[in-house]
Write a protein that binds this ligand. Structure first.
Ligand SMILES: [Zn+2]
Length: 1004
């Protein structure tokens, strides 16, 4: 037979594009349109509905950036349409090439009932099916003129990202406002032809199935009269029925489709707009659930649910009904889809506590799966947090974005630092916006790496970020692929249903140990330094506030601020969303975040101060109390207690250095700062060991050009290292005002930096306070410490422990980790002697090594990442003044690194009083680190203490309660009982495995 494949495929494309799709709406009449532009920020629905609008015509421009316009559309269904299905087509000026990221609308009836959202690929509103003719139609649209930030020429600097700089130019032009007849038969024909045409293109040309479909399509197109599509569509469909009815092969891949809309809680829009994005999408999805009995929709991020409940009660009631029916499903069990690299131990835990508790409280539903499709890599501390929260599965597809290495599995066990294993799935469809295109379904089946032992994968299906979620077209296509020869099968399911099947079929999955490092977006560890600093400070303040408020409550009956702490935690957790803490949002988001963190700090400071005052007693008392919030003894004050500190022995001498500069010596460390203000020696006097590599200088600021190929705020590309400028010229190197310190000032580019290097008496730690007035563009600032030390691996603090990474670049996997995350410390060691670098707010770092020709020794260079200056999406990223604290700790063990990491993050709070404060909880082993002391969330007054083994070894210790206890219960993160440990009076013997995390409820 002659090969006419190309001819028929081209025929299908043209007839579908030019004749069949346009015939879905064969007749239409214009609606009358009027508009009221809200003068400022969004107004309540009632105000928008009652505003007096002015006429506006299709073709007119509307919508200043970030504005809200309330459109009213009115019309009458023509009598001649009686018996037909009629829809309003409301095109606000959408660009259908982008599924979201632009203007959007939410349609209301005059009584305030939400109908559905309007999105670029979802512009219809059903009027009636069938109509009687003559119906009056009146709809209101709350339309948001959110500007396009990420356009056709992506990553261009724009002032549109902040209302204060965005101007007033109308962003959109009304495109179509019609009533139209909807020909459902033609629409179904479109769905048939799309599914078959897309499947056909994925099938092997050698296979019969491809040709069966081709012949059927050809015959169907013969049946279509291009001059009368509406009259002939039904006949055409009949000719496709046969090829649509042949079932899938028994070995076909099985896709669990989960209705989904990935809505970033803030990104290219401010937080307040996400509230409305969620309302629009949830309105769409409840409407679709009403229309499509097989469809299931899942929504993550308890915060987004809480927003609907608080701000859109009329939408919330529809959501809760759909939840009761089991078809609108809470997913993930976290407060937001947070970053997981940077959140500290307790914050990572509280993401689950507040997320899971919201769904439990509202619906009695507990999530077993963690839903993080888009998060930029996964810290090795996360598995045990997931387990401790009572969850057991993880979903993400982000690792498919890695640019260097291809991850070897789609379904596997992920093992964390303590040995916890979590059953994990990466959807092989490689997107969290699946649209049920044949190419996506075929890719998922082909790409799935666990063929032969597993058969199921998950496809998150729907447009996110203002795309409105799943569309009726996706549902129609999924229905045709439910059991279709040549295709993977598609079934709508909940995430839990998928995981149950996937786990059951895969008895011995492969294991991946350690972090799931994303080989992309590495600069998110550094961009928007003030946001990151706000997060770290807030985490430390929350620790202090809970500790002292709990102590004051138990010791003095001081009221415990349950609701205030709950609210403040949720605020901090929200800002750990995967485009806020990573610094990848527009200027508006980060400007607001900075203000919010200041308010959070004020409130938490108030809580801490009030509790400490209650504990200290008479402010005129003669005790100079130091409140020690750290988990280790500090200046002689017990962890979690307050007493008069012991005076540190000795002092720090400062004297001129031979050859210029200054020499600091406190009997433990001798530090030489040369005339350039660089640390050329940091000598551990007890160990008689030099930390700084010979001929090199530490505390060296280095600046690199930093213009990645794309994703400016997200990415630093490896070529940034090819060019470097060492900032060695100092304006001034002088003794600092405080004893034992040296101040260094430098100017470079349009910026200045002042550093205060100090050695405190009794501390084996060189403190470095760096203040930068940063006015660079597309530059990366690093603080370098070349160390005379050889180690195959180094440790970085992560949640409830530390993770090791290689110092070498043997394979592409190690090479790709050229920028990585730390919390409070990075630690390198040779057996018996190590060095730590601790920080108060930086996360990005890199470690490289070189063997010296001169003496054969190894120089291992550790660099903290301080600042970047990307110009997209915030053109002014990181401009202005920043302050960072670091400390170099020569001779540090891992335990020293842990302790100094806490010290630099927790200020010593001093207050006069008349009473010492005994700690609520004491643990007699420094390896066991307390991360939280708080009152139980249930209001019982019980004390909750959470701790973990922090050195990576075994710990045997005794916990002693500093108050009478009536019982002790081991709990999960949500403070629910899981076991009853042994107890002797007020003491509890502890045995912990490496990095093991334990939560105890001490009953009063
Ligand atoms: Zn995202």
């Amino acid at each position: 037979m002659h090969d006419d494949r190309n001819l028929v495929e081209a025929r299908l494309k043209r007839v579908l594009d030019e004749r069949i799709r346009p015939a879905v709406y064969p007749e239409s009449v214009p609606l009358d349109v009027a508009v009221w532009h809200a003068p400022g920020e969004p107004v309540p629905v009632a105000e928008g509905l009652s505003a007096v609008p002015e006429p506006i015509a299709v073709g007119d421009g509307w919508g200043a950036p970030w504005g809200t316009s309330w459109f009213t559309v009115t019309g009458t269904v023509p009598a001649a349409w009686a018996g037909r299905t009629v829809e309003a087509i409301l095109d606000l000026g959408f660009d259908e090439n982008m599924p979201g990221f632009q203007c959007e609308g939410l349609v209301y009836r005059p009584d305030g009932t939400p109908v559905k959202g309007l999105n670029p690929r979802n512009q219809w509103v059903r009027v009636a099916a069938p109509v009687e003719g003559g119906e009056e139609v009146r709809l209101h649209i709350e339309a948001a003129s959110n500007p396009v930030i990420l356009g056709y020429h992506p990553f261009q600097p724009t002032k549109l990202g902040d209302k204060e700089t965005a101007g007033t130019e109308p962003q959109y032009r009304l495109a179509r406002m019609d009533l139209a007849v909807f020909d459902e038969t033609v629409w179904r024909l479109v769905m048939d032809l799309e599914v078959l045409g897309e499947l056909m293109r994925e099938l092997p040309v050698e296979g019969a199935r491809r040709w069966d479909i081709l012949r059927a399509v050809d015959r169907a197109l013969d049946a279509v009269d291009p001059q009368d599509v509406n009259g002939t569509a039904s006949a055409a469909r009949e000719r496709l029925a046969g090829v649509l009815a042949t079932p899938a092969e028994p070995s076909a891949h099985r896709i669990s489709a989960v209705g989904h809309a990935h809505i970033d809680s803030a990104w290219l829009w401010p937080l307040r707009e996400t509230v409305r994005k969620v309302a629009r999408t949830t309105s769409n999805m409840t409407a679709l659930l009403d229309d499509e009995p097989d469809f299931v929709f899942a929504m993550s991020q308890a915060q987004q649910w809480a927003w609907v409940k608080e701000h859109r009660p009329e939408v919330w009631s529809r959501v809760t009904r759909a939840v009761s029916a089991g078809r609108f499903v809470p997913a993930g069990g976290m407060w937001v889809e947070s970053d997981t690299n940077m959140p500290g131990s307790e914050a990572m835990a509280r993401q689950f506590v507040h997320g899971k508790r919201f769904f439990l409280d509202e619906f009695g539903i507990e999530n077993d799966e963690v839903w993080l499709p888009d998060t930029f890599g996964f810290a090795a501390g996360l598995p045990q947090v997931i387990k401790a929260a009572g969850s057991r599965w993880l979903l993400t597809q982000k690792i498919s974005w890695s640019r260097t290495n291809t991850f070897p599995h789609h379904t596997f066990l992920w093992e964390g630092i303590d040995g916890t294993r979590i059953f994990t799935h990466f959807p092989p469809v490689d997107t969290y916006n699946c649209s049920m295109k044949g190419s996506e379904i075929a890719h998922a089946a082909r790409n799935f790496k666990d063929k032969g032992v597993a058969r199921h994968s998950l496809a998150p299906t729907g447009w996110g970020d203002g795309g409105g979620g799943t569309t009726r077209e996706m549902v129609a296509k999924a229905a045709r692929m439910r059991d279709l020869e040549g295709s993977a099968t598609v079934t709508w399911e909940t995430p839990a249903a998928f995981f149950t099947k996937a786990e059951a079929e895969y008895s011995d999955p492969p294991v991946w140990v350690g972090e799931l490092y994303l080989e992309l977006h590495r600069a998110t560890l550094t961009s928007q330094a003030r946001t990151k600093q706000g997060n770290r400070r807030s985490e430390s303040l929350l620790r202090e506030a809970e500790l002292w408020a709990a102590t004051a409550a138990v010791r003095t009956g001081h009221p415990y601020p349950y609701e205030q702490l709950d609210r403040l935690w949720k605020t901090v957790l929200l800002h750990q969303f995967h485009d806020i803490l990573p610094g990848s949002s527009i200027a508006w988001v980060h400007r607001e975040a900075e203000r919010t963190y200041a308010v959070v700090a004020d409130e938490l400071g108030g809580i801490i101060d009030a509790a400490q005052r209650a504990l200290a007693g008479d402010p005129g008392g003669d005790l100079p109390l130091l409140f020690n919030s750290a988990p280790h003894t500090r200046e002689g004050v017990a962890a979690g207690g307050a007493s008069a500190p012991l005076a540190a022995g000795g002092g720090t001498g400062v004297r001129p250095r031979d050859g210029g500069g200054h020499l600091l010596d406190n009997g433990l460390l001798r530090v030489e700062i040369d005339g350039r203000g660089l640390v050329v020696s940091a000598y551990d006097l007890a160990a008689e060991r030099e930390a700084v590599a010979p001929g090199r200088a530490a505390n060296l600021l280095q600046i690199h050009p930093d213009f990645p190929n794309m994703w400016d705020a997200w990415d630093v590309d490896e070529f940034y290292r090819n060019t470097v400028t060492d900032l060695v010229d100092a304006d001034e190197v002088v003794p600092g005002e405080q004893p034992g310190s040296v101040r260094v000032t430098r100017s470079f580019g349009r910026s200045t930096v002042t550093q205060l290097l100090s050695l405190s008496p009794g501390a084996k730690r060189l403190d470095i306070l760096t203040e930068v007035d940063w006015h660079e563009s597309e530059r990366f600032l690093k603080l370098a410490f070349p160390l005379d030390l050889r180690a195959e691996r180094y440790a970085s603090e992560t949640q409830y422990g530390h993770v090791y990474r290689a110092t070498h670049t043997n394979t592409s996997w190690e090479t790709a980790k050229f920028e990585a995350c730390n919390h409070r410390f990075v630690h390198l060691e040779e057996p018996g002697w190590g060095v730590a670098l601790v920080n108060d707010s930086t996360y990005g770092h890199d470690v490289t090594r070189a063997v010296r020709a001169s003496d054969g020794g190894t120089t291992t260079t550790l660099r903290a990442s301080l600042l970047r200056a990307p110009r997209f999406p915030d053109p002014e990223t990181d401009q202005g003044v920043h302050r960072f604290r670091h400390a170099l700790v020569p001779g540090a063990t891992i335990g020293d690194a842990v302790r100094e990491g806490y010290v630099i993050n927790l200020p010593a709070r001093r207050m006069r009083g008349d009473a010492e404060v005994a700690p609520l909880v004491t643990i007699d082993d420094d390896a066991v680190v307390v991360t939280a002391v708080k009152l139980a969330d249930d209001g019982s007054g019980d004390v909750i203490v959470r701790f973990h083994e922090a050195h990576g070894g075994r710990a045997r210790a005794t916990l002693t309660a500093g108050f009478p206890i009536t019982g002790v219960v081991a709990t999960d993160l949500l403070e629910r009982p899981i076991a009853e440990p042994r107890r002797h009076g007020d003491t509890v013997p502890l045995t912990l495995r490496p990095f093991e995390l334990v939560t105890l409820r001490l009953k009063r």
